[in-house]
Ligand binder design. Structure first.
Ligand SMILES: Cc1cc2nc3c(=O)[nH]c(=O)nc-3n(C[C@H](O)[C@H](O)[C@H](O)COP(=O)(O)OP(=O)(O)OC[C@H]3O[C@@H](n4cnc5c(N)ncnc54)[C@H](O)[C@@H]3O)c2cc1C
Length: 309
């Protein structure tokens, strides 16, 4: 749910969502969670025209759904969710070990030690989770992970500005293309106040995988050309930004939800264990928390409990 700061235009700078473009809410518990902990003002519906191109190359309406985004950027949601929590950002945990009394101790890459935890819940993508477990001499957990996880695919991302607009009223395209998976008008999302239009282009997962080491200039040119060609947009683009996601989308659409290793008191969660997507990340975490509640490791919520702040 990342946003990238855009170059300053006419004295003001905004940002574009370079990862998740929008999310859907199918699980009512997800909506209640967002409303209660992030607040209704941190997200809203992105209503617009979304087109999908079938294998026969015919453009159709993308299936109807409520599509939600953070306001004024995707990160508004995670920012709002973090306000009542103690979070240490910018720290990379390198290894875990059990200190006095069997409590977990975490060591970061700068040698900092974070001590005294009953349990550890890991949320990084699978490759980093596996690396962390191996560095912690938890090979049996890492090996167990290895057979369960799906590989994540890369995603090249181009953000491009059209200073005088594109002239299209379509907010998102999903073309039948070998190169391009998605193109969305970021400026058409609620709460964005951009000069001109900023579009976000996502490369096809297989194409991105095959081109992770391709010259970024070449990637930019190919994705932009493909977008202009499939959309028929003739407006002149100006600024562009590029981002390479190495771990973007899981191949598998289903998964075990979460993992819990009772002997070690280590839990693993993340969207990649629940078919990808923002709601998958929530469902994965929700499943693990329910399990911890049933084990008495975290208190079950009281029906009338007030939100702690
Ligand atoms: C290009 C792209 C497009 C997407 N489009 C959509 C979409 O349209 N709709 C949708 O629903 N979903 C989409 N997704 C998926 C969505 O973004 C994810 O499902 C969601 O962000 C996953 O959340 P998460 O918390 O499981 O993992 P992440 O968001 O990956 O969070 C993992 C965190 O762990 C941290 N970390 C890693 N290693 C360590 C370590 N050793 N120590 C400490 N911290 C560590 C990372 O820095 C990161 O902050 C997209 C993703 C990408 C990349």
């Amino acid at each position: 749910m990342a946003a990238k700061r855009l170059p300053e235009i006419a004295g003001s700078a905004s940002s574009a969502d370079i990862g998740a473009q929008y999310f859907t809410i199918r699980n009512p518990a997800f909506r209640s969670f967002l409303d209660q902990y992030a607040g209704r003002e941190s997200y809203g519906e992105w209503s617009g025209i979304f087109r999908f191109q079938g294998a026969d190359n015919v453009w159709q309406q993308l299936r109807p759904a409520e599509r939600f985004v953070g306001i004024p950027r995707m990160t508004a949601i995670t920012r709002a969710l973090s306000t009542s929590l103690e979070i240490k950002a910018g720290i990379r945990i390198q290894s875990l070990d059990q200190g006095t009394g069997g409590l977990w101790r975490l060591t970061d890459t700068d040698g900092g030690v974070h001590d005294g935890f009953d349990a550890v819940l890991l949320t990084p993508p699978p490759a980093q989770t596996e690396e962390l477990l191996k560095a912690s001499r938890l090979d049996s957990l890492a090996n167990d992970l290895n057979i369960r996880i799906s590989r994540l695919q890369a995603c090249w991302t181009v953000v491009v500005r059209f200073p005088t607009g594109t002239g299209t009223d379509i907010s998102g395209y999903m073309p039948n293309s070998r190169l391009l998976h998605w193109a969305g008008n970021n400026s058409s999302k609620p709460g964005r106040e951009d000069e001109g239009e900023w579009w976000v282009l996502h490369g096809d997962p297989d194409w991105s995988d095959a081109n992770t080491e391709t010259d970024p200039e070449e990637v930019r040119r190919q994705l932009l050309d493909e977008f202009l060609s499939i959309s028929g947009i003739t407006a002149e683009p100006s600024e562009t930004l590029l981002h390479r996601w190495l771990y973007a989308r899981p191949r598998a659409r289903t998964g075990p939800g979460h993992l819990w290793f009772d002997d070690h008191r280590i839990g693993i969660m993340g969207d990649w264990l629940e078919g990808g997507r923002v709601e998958g990340a929530f469902n994965s975490a929700d499943g693990l928390v329910r399990r911890l509640e049933s084990l008495g490791l975290v208190p079950a919520p009281q029906p009338d409990a007030e939100v702690q702040s």
